[in-house]
Design a protein around this ligand. Structure first.
Ligand code: PEP
Ligand code: MG
Length: 604
């Protein structure tokens, strides 16, 4: 409960080891060591001090040799090579000579002298143009810190008190640090400093643990036991994520595991069925850092850019420029044919931590999404201005969330029109026709879809909410997940109706809820004639593969059959059987003879 009250925020760093980790933070920071610096009170103490330094060097070397032995079982040898470099530094004549000279000539203690040697090396390395060489200073700093710790009489503790499933937060990590951890308890790494070739990166990749480095200040803003998510593919860290965020990252984690097993060779090929039906495929993103992943996994465009993080990641509300930077970036990505940017969907279960949002008894049905935008018109206008300006750089579509009636869409369009007029008067260039879409995620929107279709250029079905509202199942309540059923006949009827009505009105119908990215449903969604499917980028290759291996004719036959059933159970059994038979290599069975995807949905 406390976690949900903590402020949610995200930090952007450098993605160095892919994958998603969700867990509790463990603040591990060797720079915390207390070091004392003093002048030697008597010249006779110099010899003693030099001896103390040499002993600490020797101890450090022995400890590193010990750690090397511990790591010798690793298949990947890089961590061992790094430790060898540290040992070489400890033996380096110049490194030793410089320190001894400082002790002797300046009459300072060994810690002080060593610190000066390290700083001298820092100056030299800072002058290198080459980023890789520059980054190698961390080896000297690490070796130096080890000696400093030994000078202080501090042994390297084994970090056995780290709980299970922790994400290590540190200023930097070396292979020796990781050797001191129970690595099976570590889910991910996030560090202040480092780059693609830093120790943390090398170690994380060799251990196949997600990692983000170069976060600059993560050790300052995260505390042990904070709830944390690491996206080692996008280079993002989310601190104190809300339940909805966690759910989404769980999905991403699963998609990541599945995507690893699939080749990206055919990812860029279009999603065309064997009998020539083309479905456009979009990627769902929350950060513009995810754009490269969407492109490499085969997205034709961005089907859903959830913009909420632009708001929650800060002390003050974002400015128009803050928005614009992100929207321009997505608009001008050449490989994306279009980008659907959704206006903010704050409120509900999302970002409860925002103090500006009062607590609501029933947040899912409260002041969220378009309702919130229409109440906070000035905030809404700032976002719309940035979107419209970005349209000058590429094809932008604007999507309004949680539309439940015609008044909302008309009001939103009226505000959009005012914003465009303002920009025109200011002489700002933008695209003449920006497509406008309504998210269809409230049952009332399906019932009046014919009226809504006259107001917009496209529909996008948000199954996450549509299922929640149609079946009265709280999407983040674990107690009722067993009832969360995308194949419920009521859900399928809703989707069928919305597509039919949209097509009759001559507009495109997309789907951007999680259902679109689950290959178990791909054939059913084909049969339902969705024009676009948008999903987590990592899910794209598998869904494309199913589409490319199917025919529209067989999809229609399957759909026709399942629409005759009256229960979700019958439909699920039929769909899973059909998918298993058609794509045996894609759908393995679990022990109970069910598709793996079934388990995944049940755990949503
Ligand atoms: C949905 O409801 O399906 C959707 C895509 O929106 P969100 O998950 O952001 O509510
Ligand atoms: Mg939604």
């Amino acid at each position: 409960m406390m976690d949900t009250l903590k402020k949610t925020f995200a930090l952007k760093g450098i993605a160095v080891s892919p994958g998603v980790a969700i867990g509790k933070a463990y603040l591990f920071d060797r720079l915390d060591a207390q070091i004392s610096f003093y002048k030697l009170s008597d010249p006779s103490l110099v010899i003693k001090e030099i001896k103390r330094f040499r002993t600490a060097l020797k101890e450090s070397e022995e400890q590193l040799e010990e750690i090397k032995k511990k790591l010798s079982h690793l298949k990947v040898k890089e961590p061992l090579y790094i430790i060898d470099v540290h040992i070489m530094i400890l033996r380096d004549r110049r490194f030793i000579r410089h320190t001894i000279r400082y002790i002797r000539e300046m009459g300072v203690n060994a810690e002080w002298a060593l610190r000066m040697t390290i700083d001298k090396y820092r100056e030299i390395f800072d002058r290198f143009e080459d980023e890789y060489l520059k980054g190698r200073f961390s080896d000297i700093r690490y070796a130096g810190q080890m000696v400093l710790r030994n000078l202080g009489g501090e042994r390297n503790p084994v970090i056995s008190d780290i709980g299970e499933g922790v994400i290590i937060i540190s200023s930097d990590l070396s292979p020796a640090d990781t050797a001191r951890m129970k690595i099976e308890n570590v889910l991910g790494f996030a560090t202040d400093i480092g780059g693609k070739t830093s120790h943390t990166a090398i170690v994380a990749r060799s251990l196949e643990i997600p990692a983000v480095v170069g976060l600059e200040s993560i050790t300052r803003c995260v505390r042990t036991n904070d709830s944390i998510v690491i996206d080692g593919s996008a280079g993002m860290v989310v601190v104190n994520p809300d339940p909805e965020m966690i759910r989404r990252y769980k999905d991403k984690k699963r998609h990541y595991a599945e995507a690893k097993a699939i080749s990206l060779k055919d990812a860029a090929l279009p999603a065309v069925t064997r009998d020539g039906h083309h479905v456009l495929i979009g990627g769902n993103i929350e950060f513009t850092e995810e754009i490269p992943s969407a492109v490499t996994h085969g997205a034709d465009g961005i089907g859903l850019y959830r913009t909420e993080f632009i708001y929650i990641n800060r002390e003050n509300m974002p400015t128009e420029e803050d928005h614009f930077i992100h929207y321009k970036r997505v608009a001008e990505t050449e490989k994306l044919a279009w980008s659907t940017i959704r206006t903010f969907d704050l409120g509900g279960d999302k970002y409860l931590s925002d103090p500006k949002l009062a607590k609501e008894m029933n947040p899912q049905m409260g002041l969220r999404a378009i309702r919130f935008c229409l109440k906070e018109v000035e905030l809404f206008k700032i976002q719309l201005r940035a979107m419209i300006r970005a349209s000058a750089f590429g094809k932008i579509r604007i999507l309004f969330p949680m539309i439940s009636g015609v008044e909302e869409i008309r009001e939103a369009k009226k505000i959009l029109c005012e914003v465009k007029n303002d920009l025109r008067k200011e002489g700002v260039h933008y695209h003449d026709h920006i497509e406008i879409g309504a998210m269809i995620e409230v049952p009332s929107a399906v019932i009046i879809a014919d009226k809504l279709a006259r107001e917009v250029d496209f529909f996008s079905i948000g199954t996450n909410d549509l299922i929640q509202y149609a079946l009265a199942i709280d999407r983040v309540n674990e107690q009722v997940t067993y009832l969360y059923e995308p194949l419920h006949p009521a859900v399928l009827r809703l989707i069928r109706n919305i597509v039919k009505i949209g097509h009759r009105a001559g507009i495109r119908v997309a789907m951007c809820g999680e259902m679109a990215g689950d290959p178990t449903y791909t054939m059913i969604l084909l049969g339902l004639e969705l024009d676009e499917l948008s999903m987590n980028p990592l899910a794209i290759p598998r869904v494309k593969k199913i589409i490319r291996g199917s025919t529209m004719k067989e999809a229609k036959t399957l759909l026709k059959k399942v629409m005759t059933f009256s229960s979700a159970l019958e439909i699920r059994e039929c769909v899973e059987r059909a998918m298993r038979e058609r794509f045996p290599e894609e759908f393995q069975m679990n022990g109970q003879g069910e598709l793996k995807q079934r388990d995944v949905n049940a755990s949503r």
